[in-house]
Design a protein around this ligand. Sequence first.
Ligand code: ASP
Length: 310
Amino acid sequence: MPSTVVILGTGGTIAGTATNPSDNVGYTAAQRGVADLVAAVPALQGQALETEQVAQLDSKDMDHATWQRLAQRAAHHLARPEVCGVVVTHGTDTMEETAWFLQRVLGPDKPLVLTGAMRPATALQTDGPQNILDAITVAREPAACGVVVVFAGQVHAAQDVRKLHTYRLDAFGSGDAGPIARVEEGRLRRHRTWPVGSGLGLARIAFEPASWPRVEVVTSHAGASGRLVDALVADGVDGLVVAATGNGSLHQALELALRRAATAGIPVMRCTRCASGALIGAFDAAMPAAASLSPWAARVELMLSLLAGG
Ligand code: ASP
């Protein structure tokens, strides 16, 4: 039975420090190493754990080169027979994007669990240690698979998870789908089956970091115009995701510009700016709908599709 869990550190608030312990917002992210974060959880002592620092950044600054390295290191460890699962400590700001990226590239059979914290490691009541403990519980779960986010006692699938709150400790949700499970005192209470999905493969991102296609997100809103889209096309953008209003509707001025872009050969993907729900109904081929993906997950989707030449 594989029993080792590898914890890959990338930074974030979970590794952040503040000078004043009662300050939950005025801190610097990505200050403590992942080995220190694990050592701060007494319940983990004696467990078969390994740590590796893959990056040390505030996830608002996440970049494609770090994604590439993280996917490679996660794939390396997941392929080891003695490893039952991998945990990634990550900032909360872009955790859902990284989760979807890793799911679409790796689609692992073993659990690949992202976690983080809303409060820095120095806070009076920091949430990081419990989240790490819960994430490792999920990484050891034999029935678990794929990329999930474990946060505030909930297990969210990569395809559903979104950061919903700026400050609360339970900042993540899964919308209509709801969490896959809850972690309670080291045990999993499952609500639904684990979503399975195969990955596109590391080969799709095996290139120099500079080769990532440039995909930008534009938003439809009151008073929108097509000028931003026209400027992006003139600037050589490779693809566009439009965060549409409601069930995929677009301001007519923006829509005209997006159709010009599509006609010029720029792929355009449509999704909703609503926090929950999927696009329902048929949408024309010039601007296909990204079902229930968030604009940022749709951006990952379009980038990976462009990398495949599609
Ligand atoms: N800005 C931080 C980050 O994403 C926020 C956090 O981790 O909660 O790294």
